[in-house]
Design a protein around this ligand. Structure first.
Ligand SMILES: C[S@@+](CC[C@H](N)C(=O)[O-])C[C@H]1O[C@@H](n2cnc3c(N)ncnc32)[C@H](O)[C@@H]1O
Length: 276
């Protein structure tokens, strides 16, 4: 067996930590979002960049036939374990890359959902082409994407982290560009979807935890790949304390839960709906 298999940095980033620790704080918003999608029994759903199934589980609980695809082997395993423990025979998980879904047939899903998932794949034009290809004509694509420069939690974590990290490689396309409406329209147009079939809404995800904001930040620091990398880069520059101070302030300022009752932090995202 070759020992020279090239590392896929996108896969390594998400396998580095344990996103389930963060996903545990996102279950309520995931369920609410899925509840508004009009899912009916037997609907064929692809949940792309599914993680451990925050949205895939409620989709299956509503009776859809769900395939969760994610690049991270550890999250696919976590999703399978959740489906099994919940007795959801209509929920399957497999590894895959949103920018190359070669293992999936054309026109095979009624609904493709990707909540903060496919936005993290490289080659965004390929992502748009692939999700359109696997969606049946008349079907729907729903994406949730963080918005660049938004004042709420996730955009700010990524903005602060970038200031402590080395510049990205040349030709790197920021995942946050999926939060820019005109850019999203261009990507789907290149995949054959006219602009009038793409619509946008601002929506909110709330991170809810019984822990304090500082304890939630500690989870991001230990388990959320992008934040782990930012801390490592800041440490290499002797600036870990500064990064930590900025993030502490951010998490505590954004918390809306009354003092001593845990954490509730709302974060704004762009909900994209595409009529295929
Ligand atoms: C922020 S998490 C969101 C997970 C899940 N959708 C949720 O709402 O909890 C981002 C997810 O996208 C996955 N991901 C990143 N790049 C991917 C790619 N190229 N193809 C498929 N999944 C990818 C990660 O492994 C991770 O599970």
């Amino acid at each position: 067996m070759s020992t020279n298999t090239p590392v896929n940095p996108n896969k390594a980033l998400w396998e580095k930590g344990d996103f389930t620790r963060i996903a545990n704080t996102m279950r309520e918003s995931g369920e609410a979002l899925v509840g508004a999608l009009g899912i009916t029994s037997g609907l064929q759903v692809l949940d792309l960049g599914c993680g451990d199934g925050t949205t895939a589980v409620p989709e299956a609980q509503l009776g859809a036939d769900v395939l969760g695809v994610d690049i991270a082997a550890n999250l696919v395993a976590a999703g399978k374990a959740r489906a099994e423990s919940l007795g959801l025979a209509n929920l399957r998980f497999q590894e895959g890359d949103a920018s190359d879904l070669n293992e999936l047939d054309d026109d095979s899903f009624d609904l493709v959902v990707s909540i903060f998932g496919a936005m993290f794949a490289p080659k965004p034009f390929d992502v748009a082409k692939e999700v359109v290809r696997v969606t049946r004509p008349g079907g729907r694509i729903v994406m949730g994407n963080w918005i660049p420069n938004d004042p709420t939690l996730v955009a700010q974590i990524l903005r602060i982290s970038a200031a402590y990290s080395p510049p990205p490689p040349e030709r790197f396309v920021s995942p946050m560009t999926w939060g820019v409406e005109q850019t999203v329209v261009e990507r789907f147009a290149a995949a054959g979807i006219p602009a009038e079939q793409v619509s946008f809404e601002r929506d909110t995800y709330t991170f809810i935890s019984p822990d304090t904001p500082s304890e939630l930040l500690a989870d991001f620091r230990s388990y959320y790949g992008p934040t782990m990398n930012a801390y490592a880069a800041a440490a290499a520059d002797g600036r870990e304390g500064d990064l930590h101070g900025e993030l502490e302030q951010l998490f505590n300022e954004q918390n809306t839960a009354p003092g001593g009752t845990g954490t509730s932090i709302p974060a704004t995202f762009l909900r994209v709906t595409v009529a295929a």
